[in-house]
Design a binder for this molecule. Structure first.
Ligand code: 13P
Length: 252
């Protein structure tokens, strides 16, 4: 009953002109009806041209971060209203690269998530354990804690616009993918945690993606798992043929 959501996270790649070309090339290969939702989360300056190029196609556009204040003296930040007006429907919040390199904490991730939802955006909330935590056997505790802290204060109604992306940090950009069993198990832990907060029906409806070296070769097996409802794809979302192959796996 859950629909797959295949999302690309371009990170700091693709100029506006490259984004437009990518979207028209990809759209030309897509069937009119897709069983999955398709999202591209692009750099801020690409949002408006990408949204324009995606008009009339099944592709939805997202951003990669959002500030929690509506406006003000926050040099280098961007507001939810700015993203919406530029044409973004989605925003990634809490990506591990933001947590690792830009000092994001569960507290700021929660504030950004709340602001984005209040403004009407859909949120792809990223969380996941680092290698040491997996080796120490505390992955379940870590993702349960992140889920609780990052969703604090979010209503059941708002949760309907949240996707959780389980991204084990050790699998991002490393070529090391979680096994389908590991992905399923940890996405299941996240779903149980959401059930404890919002009830079973809300947890059953929640889209939980896997992210971390997902590619055209491993997507079908990861997506075959019960608790994996899509992917958040970095490197393999930068090539139309590879990204299309992942969409094909979700469309099967
Ligand atoms: P890779 O697919 O390049 O490992 O990146 C995953 C990711 O961080 C998506 O947000």
């Amino acid at each position: 009953m859950r629909k797959y959501v295949i999302a690309g996270n371009w990170k700091m790649n693709m100029t506006p002109s490259a984004a437009k070309k990518f979207i028209s090339d990809l759209a030309a290969t897509l069937p009119a009806q897709n069983k999955c939702d398709i999202v591209l989360c692009v750099p801020f300056v690409d949002i408006a041209p990408a949204a324009e190029a995606a008009k009339g196609t099944p592709i939805h556009i997202g951003a990669q971060n959002v500030h929690f204040e509506k406006s003000g003296a926050f040099t280098g930040e961007i507001s939810a209203d700015m993203l919406l007006e530029a044409g973004a429907e989605y925003v990634i919040v809490g990506h591990s690269e933001r947590r690792q390199y830009f000092g994001e904490t569960d507290e700021t991730v929660n504030k950004r998530t709340r602001a984005a939802l209040a403004a009407g955006l859909r949120v792809i909330l990223c969380l996941g354990e680092v290698k040491e935590q997996r080796l120490a056997g505390i992955t379940d505790e870590v993702v349960a804690m992140q889920t609780k802290l990052d969703l604090a204060g979010i209503t059941a109604e708002e949760l309907k616009r949240v996707i959780i992306a389980y991204e084990p940090v050790w699998a991002i950009g490393t070529g090391l993918t979680a096994t389908p069993e590991q992905a399923d198990e940890t996405c299941g832990t996240i779903r149980r945690t959401v059930a404890s907060l919002y009830g079973q029906a809300a947890a059953d409806a929640l889209i939980i993606q896997y992210g971390g070296s997902m590619n055209d070769a491993n997507a079908a097996e990861l997506l075959s798992k019960e608790n994996v409802d899509g992917g958040l794809i970095g490197g393999a979302s930068l090539k139309t043929d590879k990204f299309k192959a992942i969409i094909d796996a979700a469309n099967k």
